[in-house]
Design a protein around this ligand. Sequence first.
Ligand code: AMP
Ligand code: GLY
Length: 429
Amino acid sequence: MNEIPTILLLGSGAREHALAEKLTRDGATVHVLPGNAGIPNSHPDVNPLDFEAVKAFAQAHNAKLIVVGPEAPLAAGITDFFTGSDIKVFGPTRAAARLESSKVWSKEFMRRHGVATAQAWQFRSDDIAAARGKAAELGGHVVVKYDGLAAGKGVYVCSSLEEAEAALNELQTQFMGWFSFLLEEKLTGPEISIIGLTDGREIKLLATSQDHKQLLAGDQGPNTGGMGAYCPVPFADDNVLAAIRRDIVDPTLQGLQREQFSFRGFLYFGIMLTPTGPKLLEYNVRLGDPEAEVLLPALESSLLDLIEAVLDGTLATQTVRQRPGAYVGVVLASGGYPAAKFPTGFPITGLDNLPADVRAYHGATRRAADGQLVTNGGRVLVLTAQGPDLQTATARAYEACAQVTFQDAYFRPDIAQRPAPVLTARVVN
Ligand code: AMP
Ligand code: GLY
């Protein structure tokens, strides 16, 4: 690269803070639309779903590259919008984004290409009775999944007939009008996140990571956007990764090629290591949040170079180097999250004295009229620490959590502390 590239980064959470920090470190000038109070060069007045406004901003700042954080602009077709212009978008087309935006379509894609996944049955909202019958047949051990994007709220994991009934009832009250949904067999096993950069042919995987989706310790309580993450995952060794490649990643890439999808972006595989082998739970067409907040500080290679290689068609020549050691990110959330309503606007203190190697990624903060930094949503901050091993990194992350505070702050006390699972032979060969 001869000149300093200017990048527009779309999104407003801690994932985008981590992306902005990394791309800046890699040598880019990064503008974040809309960003938040903690991310330098944020532009709160630009709506990333208003593509004309994004284009005008790109032209005004001579930006030739747009990196998309969340799924919404991709599902709305931002990549298609800029196709044929001199502005490149790192992210899949709208058609390929259905891997995430439609659970039904994505399940059909998995089936067409032999991607290992849970058995599933499709229903329509006017046929709940049939779904009840299927749930009964499976003894209530089912997962109910709303077809569309639902910000993490459309999935109900059930362990009894009563729970399955309740999930089907809730589906009807949560989502109005006509819709489709899936009933899946409920799988068991540890989950891992496998995230890579792909041009639809090659994929370069980042470190293995684990999210913690439930609110409370011991993976209890309601689902959230994610309460913390760490990388790399000690039990995801080369054997596990080889099985994931063979049964999930490679068939996916072959499927993308056979169906001639243009997919240049991050591809995320949410995987469960079941007693009968790794199974794909879901695709996301973006970086995970909070996975990004540990994966990006752990990435030694230039993300900018990797993204440019994807867009230039030279990804095969790139290698991904990770920094040694472990990274742990703990989410500081507002008390009451993930309920629909909870108080915000509380002053945040303690950010100034954090150790130099602890990163504080802002997820939902704003400046009050007097300039004070205050809470502005559910997942307020992610504090990421590193260490030579997982235990040290975890201890450092929790020291930081004890230092940064605001009224009613909540964090899960057990991020990166799950007992090591015993994996059956089927998972690893
Ligand atoms: P999804 O959005 O499809 O990844 O689902 C959200 C969460 O629900 C996953 O991270 C899993 O914890 C759980 N889940 C999804 N599908 C299944 C399944 N078939 N069996 C067990 N748990 C599941
Ligand atoms: N961490 C899960 C997700 O980003 O969907």
